[in-house]
Design a protein around this ligand. Sequence first.
Ligand SMILES: [Zn+2]
Ligand SMILES: [Zn+2]
Length: 262
Amino acid sequence: MQVFFAGTRGAYPTLKPTSQKTGGNTNCVTVTVGEDRLIIDGGTGTENILPSDTDDTILLSHFHLDHLIGLPMFLTRKQHGACSIIKSVDASSPSTKSVLSKIFGTEFFPVPLEVIHPTLHYQDFVTSTHIGKWSITSHPLNHPGGGSGYRICHQDSDQTFTHLLDHEHGSELDQALLKFARGSSLVAWDGCYEAEIYEHVKGFGHSTWQEGIKFGDTIRSPVAISGHRFNRTDVECDQIETQLTSPHMLARDGLFVELPLD
Ligand SMILES: [Zn+2]
Ligand SMILES: [Zn+2]
């Protein structure tokens, strides 16, 4: 199983010279086993991946714009095959198709996604689904407006990747999430903030990199710190990286991880 961090920035893409090493694209991660690829989120990190010549599947964590804004351009570049957008949705919540159609092709964005790419499909599920050889289980995250963490497995691999963005620690979900993520080969964590500034941003829906490390140590799984604060500089990322002990890692745009880790 290979995990590729195509975009690791939270909230807002950044192009500053001080963030070139980490990269400035918003969330997008791919998980690949053999010929099968699953794309998680459609942030501007989609600029760092190629649409496939066959079908693409994009799994959405939630509807915040930084996780969606790359979708139109990705679909513009997609010449062949169909594209499916899938998401865990509460039975009582509006469908993914209805939410996206309120954003794209309205006063917020000129063209509907279906006009950009006519073979676009939507598939909502509640807690688990199978897509080809993938099996995906979801768990609620603590984030304004809601969000889903995903535990991802593939029939041809004994590895498990768990994606927990966007998420703020410190709620009653913490214990359940530890259980949900236990046994993961890699956990992607919302390390947007530093513990030192967290008090000022509590309730904004993001965690700290230090909480990510605690989480990984508790379940004995490697953690990749992602979802970087939009104004976290390369120097600050380097400083965080020096404080991480193996097997934890700092995700930057372009990080490629082969699982299992050595
Ligand atoms: Zn976000
Ligand atoms: Zn969000």
